[in-house]
Design a protein around this ligand. Structure first.
Ligand SMILES: [Zn+2]
Length: 271
């Protein structure tokens, strides 16, 4: 008997010690969330049925584009546009290439954004909207994060991040992150170094109070080697659940990126 059955999407995280993880259904978040921390140390089987539904329009799709879109939604929706990955490419004001959905753009991009420094596989800079603090950092598997500046909109903060990314990493090395190799970096000192690289016009965006957020992840142990399990290829992931970090289930047989499998119909059982 499956303990949980539904359509996968990004796991729900809560900032507790350790971080609390729930498996939720893409179409009905309240239906039957499954508390995953309770399953640590148990042998589980996550089985994909083979069918995939677009998490935006609900239509069946043979393949998932981006994270759980059908091809049409991938091409059509603003959240799948290139400027979401690269905010400095925002084209909202371009007459010949306007925003895919200006109202969505106003609600998501023309809202205050934060530039932060986080520690996961190493120190990195990144940007996020206020509503995604602090879940964004848990989704990345960060151990600590400090918001550094508050900027009026996504395009402006994107240009700042683009500038800083010439000197500081804006990436997470996911395999290092999953091995839980914690770099010896003084995050507060790192923030000072990043601030020193701010262009003049961004100085007034720097926050007076810069709180330090810290995160611990549920684990029994961490893998020495990281083997990724792709449910599109093997359909079943099975093994002892040894940890949860970022958007990954860490099994003793390999790791599954749940977010990447958004839209996959799946069932989880305890063996
Ligand atoms: Zn769709």
């Amino acid at each position: 008997m499956a303990l949980w059955e539904g359509t996968l999407k990004k796991m729900r995280v809560r900032h507790e010690t350790p971080v609390a993880y729930e498996l939720v259904d893409a179409f009905d978040k309240e239906r039957h969330p499954l508390a995953l921390n309770d399953l640590l140390g148990k042998r589980i089987r996550l089985k994909a049925s083979g069918s995939i539904r677009c998490i935006h329009c609900g239509q069946p799709t043979r393949k998932s584009f981006g994270e759980g879109s059908c091809y049409d939604c991938f091409r059509r929706l603003p959240q799948n546009d290139i400027c979401i990955l690269k905010p400095e490419l925002c084209h909202f004001h371009k007459e010949d290439d306007p925003c895919r959905d200006p109202e969505w753009g106003r609600n998501h991009c023309f809202q205050p954004h934060f530039l932060y420094v986080a520690l996961s596989s190493g120190a990195k800079v990144g940007i996020t909207r206020q509503v995604n603090i602090p879940t964004r950092w848990m989704d990345q598997g960060a151990h600590a994060a400090i918001p550094v500046a508050r900027v009026a909109d996504r395009f402006t903060v994107g240009k700042l991040e683009h500038h800083l990314a010439q000197s500081f990493s804006d990436r997470t090395q996911w395999q290092r992150m999953l091995k839980n190799l914690r770099p010896e970096i003084d995050l507060e000192a790192q923030v000072e170094t990043v601030i020193a690289d701010f262009p003049e016009e961004y100085r007034e965006a720097i926050l007076d109070e810069r709180p330090l957020y810290t995160f611990d992840y549920p684990s029994l142990r961490w893998p020495e080697k990281v083997k990724s399990i792709n449910l599109e290829k093997v359909s079943v992931a099975e093994g002892e659940l040894i940890a949860l970090k970022g958007q990954y289930l860490l099994l003793d047989s390999g790791v599954v990126n749940i977010r990447k499998h958004s839209g996959f119909q799946a069932a989880l059982e305890v063996l």
